[in-house]
Design a protein around this ligand. Structure first.
Ligand SMILES: Cc1cc2nc3c(=O)[nH]c(=O)nc-3n(C[C@H](O)[C@H](O)[C@H](O)COP(=O)(O)OP(=O)(O)OC[C@H]3O[C@@H](n4cnc5c(N)ncnc54)[C@H](O)[C@@H]3O)c2cc1C
Length: 450
C-alpha cells in the first residue's frame, strides 16, 4: 500500500499514539508501520538513519516525534488539506493494522510483555466529543478541567453522586499519566498497562456513570460570580456551579542544545519505543529519577554500554534499586555530570558533557535518552481567579478547596510531595465530594457507600 502519510510507530510508544490521534482528528488517512511488530519496517527506518518513533513521513519528508505544527507545515507543502472530524478512525488505523498482520517479521521490543501492549491503546479515544450548542447551553453542577487520573476520578464520584458533570481536556492522550508508557503500581491493576490504557479506563468508568467528556482547551476563567463560574473555551463559554482544576504539571521545555534537532535521530525519551535501535551501541541516559533507572536498565539489555549521567550527587530511588542497577555489567553511573550539548552530523554522534573534574569533554555516543524531571503546573490560564503559589501550584486546604468557594484543585496541579496517579485519583474523590457538599449545601462531606 502506498500513502502520502506514513507513520512509523512502535508498541508502547505514547507519542506514536499522539501522532495518530492528531491525524485522525484532522480527518487524514495514513499508513501505520509498526517497527516493533515488523522487522522490515524497523530496517526501513534504520536505513533512513532514523532511530526513534514516531517518525511521520508526509509527502516523503519526515517529522520526528510529536510536532503538530511541523506536521501541518509538511501537509501544506504536500498539498494535503486538513479535513477535521475523525474520519480516519476506522479507515486508516484499521488499514495500518491489516498491513501488520500480513507482513512477516520478528517483534523488536525492549521486552516481550510490551510487544502486546501498545496496540491496545491505539483505538483512538471516542469518549471525547466536541463542544456543541447543547454543552454551551447547560449549567453543569461540576466542570472538571483535565481528564487525567485526578479529573477522571472526580468525574466517577461526581457523576455517581448525580451531579451533572462535564470533563474538558485539551489533549486527552497528552497528560502526564497518558504519556507514561508503563504503570505497574496502580493498586488493583495487576498487569502492566500503559498510562493511556489506565486513564482511558478511568474516563470510561466516569462515562458509564453519566459524565460527559469534551475535547477543548480552557483558555481563561471568571470566578467573580460565586453562583456561576465561567470557563472560556475557543468554542464559547461553559457555565458551572463548581469547578475542579485538575490540569496536572509538565516538565518545562528542553534546555539542551541539539535536543530538538536530533529528536528521533539519536535523542529519545522512551526505551520501550526505541531501545532496539541501539543494539550494541553506546547510549547516555540523563536523569536522576526512577524512570531514568528503569529506562537505563531496559537499554542495558540492548546497548553495548549505558552511561547514566546524574546531574546532582544522588539518584532518587531506593538504595537497593540503585545497587541492582549498578551491578549490570555494561552500565556506569556518572554523578555531577551534565549534558551541555548534543551534536552530530545526520544523527547523534557525540555529547558535550560538563564533568566535575575534567571540565568540558566530548564523548562519542550513539544515542541520548532524556529523563530530566522538574515539573511546572499548567495553571497560567487561571490568571488571578484563584490564589496560586509563586511557582504556579494552586493553593488549597486539606479538602482541596481553593480561595474561591466551590472551586477545587488537585492532582499534580497542587503542591504535593508525591506525584503519583493514585494520589491524583484520591484527590479527585475528595474534590468531587467537596463539590457535592458545596452544591447541596451539606454541613459535612458525604462519602459514597455502596
Ligand atoms: C515520567 C513520569 C513517569 C510516571 N510514572 C508513574 C507511575 O509509574 N505510577 C504513577 O502512579 N504515577 C506516575 N507518574 C505520575 C503521574 O503520571 C501523575 O502524578 C498523574 O498523571 C497526575 O495526574 P493529574 O490528573 O493531576 O494530571 P495529568 O495526568 O497530567 O492530566 C492533566 C490533564 O489536564 C489536561 N489539561 C491541562 N491544561 C488544560 C486546559 N487548560 N484545558 C483543558 N485541559 C487541560 C491535560 O491535557 C491532561 O490530560 C509519572 C510521571 C512522570 C512525569
Amino acid at each position: 500500500m502506498s500513502s502520502s502519510v506514513i507513520v512509523y510507530t512502535s508498541s508502547g510508544c505514547p507519542h506514536c499514539h499522539k501522532v495518530k490521534e492528531q491525524l485522525q482528528e484532522w480527518g487524514l488517512a495514513y499508513e501505520e508501520r509498526n517497527v516493533s511488530e515488523v522487522k522490515e519496517y524497523f530496517e526501513e527506518l534504520q536505513a533512513k538513519r532514523i532511530f526513534g518513533t514516531p517518525a511521520t513521513y508526509i509527502g516523503g519528508k519526515p517529522v520526528l516525534g510529536f510536532q503538530p505544527e511541523k506536521m501541518k507545515q509538511r501537509l501544506e507543502a504536500a498539498g494535503i488539506a486538513i479535513g477535521g472530524g475523525s474520519a480516519a478512525e476506522g479507515g486508516a488505523a484499521a488499514q495500518g493494522a491489516a498491513d501488520h498482520s500480513d507482513a512477516a517479521g520478528q517483534p523488536l521490543t525492549a521486552s516481550g510483555a510490551e510487544a502486546s501492549q501498545g496496540s491496545g491503546s491505539d483505538s483512538g479515544n471516542t469518549l471525547f466529543g466536541s463542544v456543541t450548542a447543547d454543552v454551551l447551553d447547560r449549567v453543569y453542577d461540576l466542570v472538571v478541567i483535565g481528564a487525567g487520573p485526578a479529573g477522571a476520578s472526580a468525574a466517577v464520584y461526581s457523576a455517581r453522586g448525580r451531579l451533572s458533570t462535564l470533563v474538558i481536556d485539551k489533549a486527552p492522550a497528552a497528560g502526564t499519566l497518558a504519556t507514561t508508557h508503563k504503570i505497574a503500581n496502580y493498586p488493583g491493576v495487576r498487569k502492566e498497562v500503559t498510562g493511556l490504557e489506565l486513564v482511558t479506563e478511568m474516563q470510561q468508568h466516569a462515562h458509564d456513570f453519566g459524565a460527559s467528556f469534551v475535547r477543548s482547551q480552557v483558555l481563561s476563567v471568571d470566578f467573580s460570580n460565586p453562583e456561576l463560574k465561567l470557563l472560556q473555551l475557543p468554542e464559547g463559554t461553559i457555565r458551572a456551579k463548581s469547578v475542579f482544576i485538575a490540569v496536572g504539571a509538565k516538565a518545562p521545555g528542553s534546555k539542551i542544545k541539539g535536543e530538538e534537532e536530533f529528536t528521533g535521530r539519536g535523542v529519545s525519551y522512551c526505551s520501550t519505543c526505541d531501545a532496539a535501535f541501539y543494539q550494541d551501541r553506546v547510549v547516555v541516559v540523563v536523569g536522576d529519577n526512577e524512570e531514568a533507572i528503569h529506562e537505563a536498565t531496559a537499554l542495558a539489555k540492548f546497548g553495548r554500554e549505558v552511561r547514566l549521567l546524574v546531574p546532582g550527587s544522588t539518584v532518587k530511588v531506593p538504595e537497593e534499586d540503585l545497587d541492582e542497577f549498578a551491578k549490570l555489567p555494561n552500565v556506569q553511573i556518572y554523578y555531577k555530570h551534565r549534558v551541555k550539548e548534543i551534536a552530530g552530523d545526520e544523527s547523534v554522534d557525540r555529547v558535550i558533557v560538563n564533568t566535575p573534574e575534567a571540565g568540558e569533554q566530548a564523548w562519542d555516543v550513539d544515542g541520548v535518552f532524556l529523563y530530566l524531571a522538574g515539573m511546572k503546573p499548567g495553571t497560567s490560564f487561571l490568571g488571578n481567579a484563584v490564589e496560586l503559589e509563586e511557582d504556579g501550584y494552586v493553593k488549597v486546604d486539606e479538602l482541596l478547596r481553593t480561595s474561591v468557594d466551590g472551586v477545587f484543585a488537585g492532582g499534580d496541579a497542587r503542591r504535593t510531595p508525591i506525584k503519583q496517579a493514585v494520589v491524583s485519583a484520591a484527590d479527585g474523590c475528595i474534590a468531587a465530594l467537596g463539590a457535592d457538599q458545596f452544591i447541596n449545601g451539606r454541613t459535612k462531606l458525604r462519602p459514597q457507600y455502596a
